[in-house]
Design a protein around this ligand. Sequence first.
Ligand code: ZN
Length: 180
Amino acid sequence: MKAKKVLQIALALDFAAWAHSTQRRKGGAREPYINHLTEVARLVAQATGGKDHKLIIAALLHDVLEDQALHVNYAMLVDHFGERVARIVLEVTDDKSLPKAERKRLQVVHAPHLSRRARILKIADKAANLNSILHTPPRDWSAARKREYFAWAAEVVAGCRGVNEWIEAVFDERLSLGKF
Ligand code: ZN
């Protein structure tokens, strides 16, 4: 891999760690948020055989625009990581001004219209979330809520399919473990 690509991945990792430094996952283990980002980055790296550094960078940054409190905007991402990376991140960012149910509905509607890279990232994100729910679910989540999340994730991923066999298989395996 070219030195510049490695350097950009390191910069993105540091940027993400700082941006999310005060956040924790809502799962029972309350892992630092960066663990979610590194898992998703690892999944897209494996899915693409390490050949798509921009997708790895977008994975590290994929949640940075969604939370307004992080004070990161699209222009900053373009500035630091270029327009291609910023656009992938924007594609997978929900509009937080909308109610949660509407955001969830729109993820299903938008999935088939995402770019190939955004779809791989979306599947990896959902696969990581399923894993968290399987191993360290939020303490207050009932079996019904877990079932509901799994069903919704499967719907979003259905709209993303046909982009990468490996990541789709990882998702499907985790989905099959969801017997709540
Ligand atoms: Zn995520």
